[in-house]
Design a binder for this molecule. Sequence first.
Ligand code: KG4
Ligand code: ZN
Length: 443
Amino acid sequence: MASLAPTLSSTISRLTHLHKPSLHSAITTLKNFRFKQKLSKRIRPFINSSPSSLSAHFSSAQMRSTVGSDDDLVVLGIETSCDDTAAAVVRSNGEILSQVVSSQADLLVQYGGVAPKMAEEAHSKVIDQVVQEALDKANLSESDLSAVAVTIGPGLSLCLRVGVQKARKLAGTYALPIVGVHHMEAHALVARLVQGELQFPFLVLLISGGHNLLILARDLGNYVQLGTTIDDAIGEAYDKTAKWLGLDLRKSGGPAVEDLAREGLKTQVRLAVESGSINPEIPVSSASSEDRKERANIAASFQRVAVLHLEEKCERAIEWASKIEPSIKHLVVSGGVASNQYVRARLNQIVEKNCLQLVCPPPKLCTDNGVMVAWTGIEHFRMGRFDPPPPTNEPEDAVLDLRPRWPLGEEYTEGRSEARSIRRARIHPSLTSLIQASMQQQS
Ligand code: KG4
Ligand code: ZN
């Protein structure tokens, strides 16, 4: 555990540098205005594109250098792909100006999981307020922004739509460019905000409620998928375990299992679920001490097995990744489950054994958040990958570019699994293949 301290403390100390802009913001506003004027001339060629399209347009090398050289950007990020409504304002130097998350914990408890229609309604109810709060906390107004970034996939399309509509409305009204963001890429790239010196290529383990992914990040927009979810994602397994053990789901299942597992670590593990002695209808808070001990044992053994599985996958991915990119030095672990201390400690051992370094964003940036979306927006915007401001009069029922099933990269052939080939229907081309195709068109 002690060996984790340097990584964690360095991420935390960077976060404590966050400040609200005062005089500086006035200067930046002026700079942004000039930048926007320059940009608006540049983006004109894209304005004829389909009004509802959010697919990234890729600019010429000339434009790329112009955007890259004026690097004082302030981007609003919006995230609604699952059950959290989140927004944040981030500056291109890595300062987080604000971060707001409204979670649907009560709905989760009520329905025992995410119900898409309910989640959509909950997002719609709070989205305006969440975005406004993010701007207020950053001490900025919409016109101070350089661009709006929004998650367009993967996720629940009903939920994605709420964020995308909000982003397009705002971008249309204030003539802001818009960047469509891949949710899993955002989980990975937030590590580069946290640890400024993290360079490509690096290995990434993404562990969340919907996906387990092992990715080799070769460059921005160039990812090789070394492994992916076959059955349940680990976060989902945590959530189910929490439900079966009658745990308090308000914080989401993962942390509840982690807490209880701590109590079970020292005792002999017995799988009492099979004996039928645990009744999830009885909340753990009112269970007898014997019953509680039994549940703690199960939580601990579940956690041990689940994480052992991750450890094995990581070892293999490190081997593969080092073959493809021998210069990798880091393993990034992100996504909701990466906030688990046991997971971090176990993976740190694997990483040290292989002479790599572990990079884990702080828990607030591991679970779904707007900062990762804003940051990923900044990374792509710098490369000239964005769409022009949408029209101000876009109809409410415009067909939007939403990508509920959207792989991050192509599969590494050695890692391909038979089980997954059946699940290929209705998948959007991967982010990496789209970016590579557009780069070929330009050259
Ligand atoms: O990345 P995330 O916020 O949302 C998705 O994109 O899915 O991940 C949410 C998942 C949930 O399954 C939650 O139970 C899990 O992350 N989680 C944890 C912990 N904190 C959140 N799992 C294990 N231990 C934790 N401390
Ligand atoms: Zn997520």
